[in-house]
Structure formats: structure tokens, C-alpha cells
Design a protein around this ligand. Structure first.
Ligand code: CO
Length: 134
């Protein structure tokens, strides 16, 4: 059921410094910052040959990553995202295996315009895990 690693999202306190580190020290292909107001974040995409890193910075009030950065002021891995071909079938299989889906259990449209769900980090080895239908 699980497919490709779509992205790893890292919350960062300073997008400029984080972008410069990946671009200048790591030699990565780094996008310019993109505001995603409906998700309360500004995102920088780091395009790797096999996946992406997404640097997330809070945008506006009530950003979903503000609390995470308050607890992790230096930043840190916020979530990982796997691709699935059928998100409802994936959800039903995961729930049948005892994993908890956050929210009301129904997919929402994620930052890439595709349906996503998040799994409870306590059920996923301490890692907030997103699944995205591609
Ligand atoms: Co994500």
C-alpha cells in the first residue's frame, strides 16, 4: 500500500538561513519561499533526485507549526509524507490495523492540492506521518 516518500517536512525558525544552508553548503536545488496561507505556512521546496524536503515556517496567527517550533526552537523534523494511490482504501486499512487518523478521519486537500490524511505520531514511532493520494 505504501508508496514513495513524497517529502520530509522540517520546521525551521529562519527560512533564509535554512535555505542558504541547503543551497550553499549542501548544493541543493532550493525554491524561493511560497506562502500557503490556507495552511498557515511559508514553504521552501528542496528538490532532491528521489524526494523533496519541505522547509516550513509559520505564516500568520494560529499556524499549525507554531506550537512545534515553540517546543523545538532550533527546528526539527515535523512530519514525513508517503504516497498512496487510494487514500480512502489506505485509511480503512490503517484504521483496521489500529492506527489513529487525526481530525475527523476524512481526507483534506493538502499543500499540493491533493487529498491528505495525518496519522497520530504515537502510532507511528513518534513521527507525525502524512499520506497523500497521488
Ligand atoms: Co506535508
Amino acid at each position: 500500500m505504501i508508496g514513495k516518500l513524497n517529502h520530509v517536512a522540517i520546521a525551521v525558525p529562519d527560512l533564509v538561513a535554512a535555505s542558504a544552508m541547503y543551497r550553499d553548503a549542501m548544493g541543493a536545488d532550493v525554491s524561493s519561499p511560497q506562502d500557503v496561507p490556507e495552511h498557515g505556512v511559508t514553504v521552501v521546496f528542496i528538490n532532491l533526485p528521489n524526494t523533496k524536503i519541505e522547509l516550513l515556517h509559520p505564516l500568520g496567527e494560529n499556524s499549525p507549526i507554531a506550537g512545534f517550533l515553540a517546543k523545538n526552537p532550533a527546528g526539527g523534523v515535523h512530519h514525513i509524507c508517503f504516497e498512496v494511490s487510494d487514500i480512502l482504501a489506505a485509511r480503512d486499512q490503517l484504521v483496521a490495523k489500529g492506527l489513529r487518523v487525526l481530525g475527523d478521519g476524512n481526507p483534506k486537500i493538502g499543500a499540493h492540492g491533493k487529498p491528505v490524511l495525518f496519522l497520530h505520531p504515537k502510532d507511528m514511532l513518534g513521527t507525525l506521518t502524512e499520506i497523500e493520494q497521488v
